[in-house]
Design a protein around this ligand. Structure first.
Ligand code: KIV
Ligand code: ZN
Length: 528
């Protein structure tokens, strides 16, 4: 038997709030947000260093890939509890227990639906059967670890009397954390607060467990509901970096944390998060998932601390507090900026990366530096955004099986537009010439000819990283196959090269995804 999680909060009397991050589980369930094994380890390390209390590392029964990732994270994480998710089935719970067992603080998070709708249509079980399953799932989990979380899926659409009976049984059978998720993002703050108050008041053994919030953002209320849950007595927050997650996502960790910090006067809750690492975490998760962070996103968006209008700029110059309720430094955005150019050396480049929140290994640093030098030869002014795009591109493309080796494009009014593309497919160099209805179409046709695949292109988007005609282009491509989709980015001063890189990155991701769900699909070489 292992140690239980060591949350200092034992109920709603303490103001210490446990931060439970589910970027690697609910976040990774976002359509297109697949992460590789190495990327998951990198994210877990950062979450641990940032002070997250519980890292939900995945859903071990879902695939061998998920199991391996949860188990590797459990072995390496030093401080945080490591949780795995399990349905109410013995084999799920045992597999989860196996995956987390090497963690310093292992947790099994097991769930079942409790709303009338889910019980009838999804589970096809009557309420009494579900209650029996709750007892069975919690006691099975508690036989494996001391730290057991139980979730009432679709909790906010569950009849309150039934929810209270379910919670009482879960605690009796060994659950130490009770999560009442707003699975479909349906609740509103007042109602969510009331649910927690009622359950805690009515359930006789409620003082034996910590209550947890888990909110989805379908109505844009995830953060507001999360904070309301705390007022109702919850003391664990489930959230994700950048708010990624199923459908419209989960409550964004950075938003919840900065709301708590900035308005501590009305929400006197404490947590362990090192807020200076929030921007870095956001950038890392955006880079590994290829999910762009919207410019006006609270806390970590590019414009979150930018002031454009004359009146605001004037106020800022007189006193920053006129228009800033938090300092950029408090979330890890540094104001002092090194100016980079073609004369900058490796050390300056390394410092700049650090300032921007990146820490690369020696090989990745050298590759990124080579690309930076190349860019500096082609572009007069190198902005921070250029370096971010370049490094994100480098991280996103590391370890790929297929790489863009060379590309020549003929475009213009005299069609047909033509692309000659050379790919490196696991060390084999293959070239194809193709025509198309425009240069991008020609490139994608060449890719199709070299790497036959059935995936369809769902999104092709170009944006200029900075201003000016020599700006780098950042291209996003989303491919979908058999109901699964992946998004990937490519960056280069040449929009056509960026397009080819983005498409190839998406194909690489699709192959990783297929390998996770259907390993046999990978035996036919690189063909996607
Ligand atoms: O949204 C949800 O209900 C979940 C549970 C598995 C906790 O993610
Ligand atoms: Zn969820």
């Amino acid at each position: 038997m292992t140690n239980p999680s060591n949350p200092p909060a034992t109920g709603s009397n303490s103001n210490r709030v446990i931060i439970f991050d589910t970027t690697l589980r609910d976040g990774e369930q976002s359509p297109g947000a697949t992460m590789t094994f190495e990327e998951k380890l990198e994210v877990a390390d950062l979450l641990d260093a940032m002070g997250v209390d519980v890292i939900e590392a995945g859903f071990p029964i879902a695939s061998d890939g998920d199991f391996e990732a949860v188990s590797a994270i459990a072995k390496r994480v030093k401080r945080a509890s490591v949780a795995g998710l399990a349905r109410a089935a013995i084999k799920d719970i045992d597999r989860c227990g196996e995956a987390v067992r090497h963690a310093v603080r292992p947790r099994i998070h097991t769930f079942i639906s409790t709303s009338p709708l889910h019980m009838k249509y999804k589970l096809q079980k009557d309420p009494e059967e579900v209650l029996a399953m709750i007892t069975a799932q919690c006691s099975r989990a508690r036989n494996l670890v001391e730290d057991v979380e139980w979730s009432a899926e679709d909790g906010t659409r569950t009849e309150i009397d039934f929810l209270c009976r379910a919670v009482e049984l879960a605690i009796k059978a060994g659950a130490t954390t009770i999560n009442i998720p707003d699975t479909v993002g349906y609740t509103v703050p007042e109602e969510y607060e009331r649910i927690f108050r009622t359950v805690r008041e009515r359930v006789p053994n409620s003082d034996k467990a910590i209550f947890s919030v888990h909110c989805h953002n379908d109505l844009g209320l995830a953060v507001a509901n999360t904070l309301a849950g705390l007022n109702g007595g919850a003391r664990q927050i489930e959230c994700t970096i950048n708010g990624i997650g199923e459908r419209a996502g989960n409550a964004a960790l950075e938003e919840v944390i900065m709301a708590l910090r900035t308005r501590a006067d009305v929400m006197p809750y404490v947590n362990n998060i090192e807020t200076g690492m929030l921007t870095r975490a956001s950038r890392l998760v955006s880079a590994v998932t290829s999910f762009p962070v919207q410019y006006n996103k609270a806390i970590v968006g590019r414009n979150a601390f930018a002031h454009e209008s004359g009146i605001h700029q004037d106020g800022m110059l007189k006193n920053a507090q006129t228009y800033e309720i938090m300092t950029p430094e408090s979330v890890g955005v540094s104001k002092t900026s090194l100016v980079m150019g073609k004369h900058s050396g490796r050390n300056a480049f390394r410092s700049k990366l650090k300032e921007l929140g990146y820490e690369l290994g020696e090989n990745a640093l050298q590759d990124a530096f080579n690309r930076f030098k190349d860019l500096a030869d082609r572009k007069k002014i190198i902005y921070d955004e250029d370096i971010e795009a370049l490094v994100d591109d480098e991280i996103g493309h590391a370890g790929e099986r297929i790489k863009v080796e060379a590309l020549t494009v003929i475009a213009g009014t005299m069609g047909p537009q033509m692309a000659t593309l050379t790919l490196d497919i696991e060390g084999n160099h293959v070239t194809k010439q193709a025509v198309g209805n425009g240069p991008v179409d020609a490139i994608f046709n060449a890719i199709h000819a070299l790497v036959p695949h059935t995936a369809t292109l769902e999104l092709y988007q170009v944006h200029a990283v900075t201003q000016g005609t020599d700006a780098q282009a950042e291209v996003s491509v989303r491919l979908s196959e058999a109901g699964k989709s992946v998004t990937a980015k490519g960056a280069d001063p040449d929009t056509m090269v960026a397009s080819a890189r983005a498409y190839i990155a998406a194909l690489n991701k699709l192959m990783v995804k297929r390998q996770k769900t259907k390993p046999e699909a990978m035996s036919g070489g690189a063909t996607a």
